[in-house]
Design a protein around this ligand. Structure first.
Ligand SMILES: Cc1ncc(COP(=O)(O)O)c(C=O)c1O
Length: 373
């Protein structure tokens, strides 16, 4: 529609609307001028791996050996895939809590494993229910991996430390399960303390957790394609061997930028972005609360997504709703079906306040004109 000259309002994108910090951009151009334009070590430059290791130790209380336990890749997405390849394969099952990031089930299938969807409930804020997890693991002896996306895309839910401890307690009964902890949104948390506990930092969980993180969401560096996997050596080594045959290494220039992101960016820059995002979240929640029959049972505490239940409209057909919304109001949202959450829509509020105001007005006008079932 845009190519035909239409002006479309989109709340679909999964990337921050602010630019990366200036020092990151400068580090990238300095790296180019200084001739850092060649392949690096497969697992990443030692400078970046040390910076990641320091960051995880200082902020998260987890100690990874930068030489053997950290692998830098071309975005967290590649690292998730390599983590899965390292931990499971054909004949194994991967437990994926729903609503999920659509790449998880697809990646599980790509590695030859079977995705097993663990439903969560809107009343639990779409967080993992430890009892349901226990039940699911009991019923799936072939399960090898649990994916834990915390904070979650697409729900924005953040598992508290207490809930993570309860999940860890369940997992102690199933020692063969590897936890793939995707913590890429951990810098965008809106609770009072703004903290997101790293799963690997919980007692007895380090040796079986593969931590995924990156620079896309925290430092708005999506186009740099830079992410990492941190895990005990047996998994990190496997991921590195695989990467050596897939992409060799992440961009040398991006890696230099990544060092600046971790070593030079002031904490206040990150805190300020999180507080701007929180204001946008609050605005979207406020606007949604004004629309009858749109339900957000538990406000999301992290990332930059809201997944309201709109199942009263269109007999719960979220795809049809989104298509008509696009046609009639030129507002693009992602249907919940693609996240394993039928009857919902995903709103990304990582855009300007002006755009959000236009979008929320369009959504309200559209829904108010509809019949409900
Ligand atoms: C849950 C989750 N994990 C990982 C990624 C991948 O991020 P990147 O490959 O840009 O580092 C994304 C991006 O949308 C995401 O939402």
């Amino acid at each position: 529609m845009e190519a035909e000259g239409e002006i479309v309002t989109s709340l679909c994108v999964g990337e921050p609307d602010f630019p990366p910090p200036t020092c990151v951009l400068e580090a990238a151009s300095q790296a180019m001028s200084a001739g850092q334009t060649r392949y690096t070590a497969v697992s990443g430059t030692i400078e970046l791996r040390k910076a990641i290791s320091d960051d995880l130790r200082v902020r998260k209380g987890i100690s990874y050996n930068p030489v053997t336990e950290i692998v830098v890749g071309n975005g967290a997405k590649q690292c998730v895939y390599q983590g899965l390849l390292a931990a499971c394969g054909s004949g194994d099952e991967v437990i994926i809590p729903a609503p999920y990031w659509p790449s998880y089930p697809e990646m599980a299938l790509l590695v030859g494993a079977t995705p097993i969807i663990l439903e969560t409930s809107v009343n639990d804020g779409y967080l993992i229910n430890p009892q349901s997890l226990d039940e699911c693991l009991k019923n799936h002896p072939k399960a090898k991996v649990l994916i834990l996306c915390n904070p979650s895309n697409p729900t924005g839910g953040v598992h508290s430390t207490q809930l993570l401890e309860q999940i860890a307690k369940v997992l102690e009964k199933y020692p063969n399960i590897v936890i793939l902890a995707d913590e890429i949104y951990e810098r965008l948390v809106y609770t009072d303390d703004g903290q997101c506990t790293a799963f690997a930092s919980l007692p007895n969980m380090f040796h079986r957790t593969i931590t995924l993180n990156g620079f896309s969401k925290s430092h708005a560096m999506t186009g740099f394609r830079l992410g990492y996997l941190a895990a005990p050596e047996r998994y990190a080594k496997a991921a590195s061997v695989l990467q050596g045959q897939i992409t060799s290494c992440a961009s040398s220039v991006s890696q230099a930028a990544g060092v600046a992101a971790l070593r030079e960016v002031d904490e206040s820059w990150l805190v300020n972005n999180a507080s701007i995002m929180k204001r946008k979240r609050d605005y979207v929640l406020e606007e949604l609360s004004k629309i009858p029959y749109v339900v957000v049972s538990v406000p999301p505490d992290g990332a930059f997504y809201v997944l309201p239940d709109v199942s009263k409209y269109y007999n719960g057909d979220d795809t049809a709703l989104c298509l008509d919304l696009l046609k009639e109001k030129k507002l693009a949202l992602v249907p919940g079906e693609s996240f394993g959450a039928p009857g919902t829509v995903r709103i990304s509020y990582a855009t300007s306040m002006e755009e959000l105001e236009v979008a929320m007005t369009k959504l309200r006008e559209f829904l108010e004109g509809l019949e409900v079932n």
